[in-house]
Design a protein. Sequence first.
Length: 126
Amino acid sequence: MGQSRPIGSRTILIVEDEALVRFDLVDFFTLAGWRVFEADHAEAAIAILDSHKEIRVVLTDVQMPGSMDGVKLAHYVRERFPPTVLFVVSGNAPIPQSELPTRTTFLPKPFDPHRLLRQIEGMARA
């Protein structure tokens, strides 16, 4: 379980403090055949990532409680887990690409989870 796996391993971590949004995304990806981990703040997300090296996709909201927002979490993940596919989402103003780590996609809320899934699967084929 500790070894790196390609994105095709279909494992995602959803970091979202709004419980209903998180539950909807967890249900969506679970029904799509993904193994899903969830966290409501960055510190919990880091603990999950440290324990589950097979996670290859992280979807994080920008605003959440704790000492680290979603942008800082994305930078942390990029440094510690470079192959991870990152998505940063926000219902507020868009985050400039210059503030995001390399190879990170910004999605404005609300977003279509079906479109997100197609985008992730497209990256797996690339």
